[in-house]
Design a protein around this ligand. Sequence first.
Ligand code: 9J3
Ligand code: ZN
Length: 311
Amino acid sequence: MQQHLQSPAAPLPTEHRAPRRRTGRLAGAAAALAAVIGLGTLTSPGAHAADNPYERGPAPTVSSIEALRGPYAVSETSVSSLLVSGFGGGTVYYPTSTSDGTFGAVVVSPGYTADQSSMSWLGPRLASQGFVVFTIDTLSRYDQPDSRGRQLLAALDYLTQRSSVRTRIDSTRLGVMGHSMGGGGSLEAAKSRPSLQAAIPLTPWNTDKTWPEVRTPTLIIGADGDTIAPVSSHSEPFYTSLPSTLDRAYLELNSASHFTPNSNNTTIAKYSISWLKRFIDNDTRYEQFLCPIPRPSTTIEEYRGNCPHTS
Ligand code: 9J3
Ligand code: ZN
């Protein structure tokens, strides 16, 4: 693994953005001169420059991925069910700034009988790290996982093609998440749309136990105390049935229940952020949190996986 140098404190957003852009006539003239005489641009990022065009935000640390908020200020906009089709509307959380280019996007489905509010904590927590996050309502609270999978895809299509934030999104860099039947739905969505870059089912529930068709890097998060979608009959067989050649991982939360994903949870957040960054943004700076495989702890009952395949 490559070396990742880290500053002792995570820079403030203004600190990491400030050096990236110079404005005004003088800078414009300097840039024009540089272009004429064949120098690199004066507006390029500094020391940890982006070989990777999808990299966003400062170099991560354990504290930065565990923090309640990342470096980006977040705005939100509500999407009425009356103005969309194929899913039930929702709320989009997105980085307020447009000065860092486009972002990857992820849609999140709730579980059986629940609505978007059951997953709302993930909106600002993920968006502040540099993603457009769409927590959705389903057409009916009783929709099954296959329907939730289709609704996740309809919501992604709305988000990238028609929503007010569509120009802020890189439509080639998309992911899905969901709780319970919504987690089962994220597996369905990945199975039917292999171009998805990441899937994270949370205490997923599905009657289909086998997912060899999935080509999307998938992190399955189960809970040791789940009696509604027990890991032995849901998360574990789902994980085991994914192709062994796929970038895949299974994280079993310690002392957790089926409903742990419905509240702010740092273990879910830090590994979700790392997975989305690694596979939606191709950001290898986050590999350090996924590889070597995390060891059991007070929060992790078990972790299985292969280290990400490319670096
Ligand atoms: O979405 C879920 O919480 C699925 C678990 C469930 O309630 O299944 C019973 C049919
Ligand atoms: Zn199957």
